[in-house]
Design a protein around this ligand. Structure first.
Ligand SMILES: C[S@@+](CC[C@H](N)C(=O)[O-])C[C@H]1O[C@@H](n2cnc3c(N)ncnc32)[C@H](O)[C@@H]1O
Length: 350
């Protein structure tokens, strides 16, 4: 296990961690102004790795996401300063959290022996309750709360009994990692003990983070560079990451079904609905107030390339850059990689 969590140190569908060089180099080549004079908005920030690349380089970086869990982790990685958090205190609190004994409660009742071993579920319960208590008693700042909670979310993700997303869990907790036929039964890391670590904080500079719909954010803020990385298929992120979202919110809602999901009304994205996605993108692009517009989308996306070009060309001249990229196949079972073409649409708004 690493002794620090870095921002890209999590399994996240559509993460651009492996494409940072392609995306960021392309953006820098297309934008003719000096980066330090430009504001940068990433309203589908996810893990925040793209926003983090520009933090400290651009004049100001704004990042947003619909999921509260991503808001917390992005605030932690992008907005920590010596003024809003005491990192020595956070390190000491992390040691206290790691030393806690596990507790019964909502988390082991709902996710024990499924998404997590019972022991890790009890530990997550104890840690999350303690962070909530420190926050309630105002013993930690908002930023320190984000740092501690992010460490818990990353630690939980490391020991989750999943294929990297939480639409379901692997059914065979207690068995070896792979069957004789090579089928993935249990992630071996799920048997490790939950362990929180400090975060690698590299992003310096002026950043603001939001938990808001991308279309609203793009309309609200006039920026120089708008980078769009919407979901490209019909798998909703609130389904794929519901467990982490539930731990982050800690409102303990009733859960339903075998996969123990909460009511995610309000978290479903139009970008993950085939019929609505082109309309959502057209609306965003028409309302956006930026001088450059970049869109990441891959060759398997639910919006056709023809539609994307028509939408973006309504704002200015568009060029397209491509890069082959290998992704994991979805679902449980033997992990297979397949090739897709990752596209970056670049538009200089006229
Ligand atoms: C492809 S991922 C972005 C990945 C990110 N660039 C990274 O490298 O980690 C798409 C993100 O958009 C978020 N999202 C989906 N619909 C949204 C919306 N309408 N407004 C804001 N965020 C949205 C999802 O929660 C998800 O984190």
């Amino acid at each position: 296990m690493p002794c620090q969590f870095s921002q890209q140190n999590r399994k996240y569908l559509g993460s651009k961690a492996m494409l940072l060089d392609f995306i960021c180099r392309s953006i820098c080549q297309v934008v003719s102004e000096r980066l330090e004079d430009c504001t940068f908005l990433d309203p589908f920030a996810g893990t925040g790795v793209v926003a983090a690349f520009f933090a400290g380089k651009a004049k100001e970086v704004l990042a947003g996401d619909l999921l509260y869990s991503n808001y917390v982790t992005n605030r932690a990685f992008l907005c920590t300063t010596a003024q809003n958090a005491d990192l020595d205190k956070v390190a000491a609190l992390l040691r206290q959290l790691n030393a806690l004994a596990g507790e019964e409660g909502y988390l082991p009742e709902n996710y024990g022996n499924t998404y997590f071993t019972l022991e890790n579920a009890r530990k997550i319960q104890a840690v999350r309750e303690r962070i909530a208590a420190w926050q309630r008693e105002e013993l930690i700042t908002d930023q320190e709360y984000c740092l501690l909670l992010t460490s818990l979310l990353y630690a939980a993700d490391k020991v989750a009994n999943t294929c990297g997303q939480y639409d379901s869990y692997l059914k065979n907790l207690g068995q070896p990692s792979f069957s004789d036929a090579g089928v993935h039964l249990v992630d071996g890391l799920a048997y490790g003990a939950l362990s929180l670590h400090p975060l690698v904080l590299k992003a310096g500079g002026a950043c603001r983070v939001f938990c808001r719909d991308a279309n609203k954010l793009a309309e609200e803020f006039a920026v120089d560079i708008l980078y769009l990385d919407p979901p490209y298929n019909n798998r909703q992120y609130c389904d794929n990451y519901h467990v982490l979202e539930n731990i982050a919110r800690w409102e303990k809602p009733p859960l339903r079904g075998k996969t123990r999901k909460f009511d995610r009304t309000g978290l479903r994205s139009r970008y993950s609905k085939k019929r609505q996605a082109p309309f959502a993108l057209r609306e965003l692009v028409q309302r956006a107030r930026s001088r450059y517009l970049f869109l990441s989308y891959n060759s398997e996306g639910i919006i056709s390339q023809e539609d994307i070009l028509a939408i973006l060309q309504s704002k200015g001249k568009v060029t397209v850059r491509e890069q082959p990229h290998s992704v994991f196949g979805g679902g449980a079972g033997r992990a297979k990689r397949r090739q897709v073409v990752e596209r970056l649409y670049c538009c200089r708004v006229t």
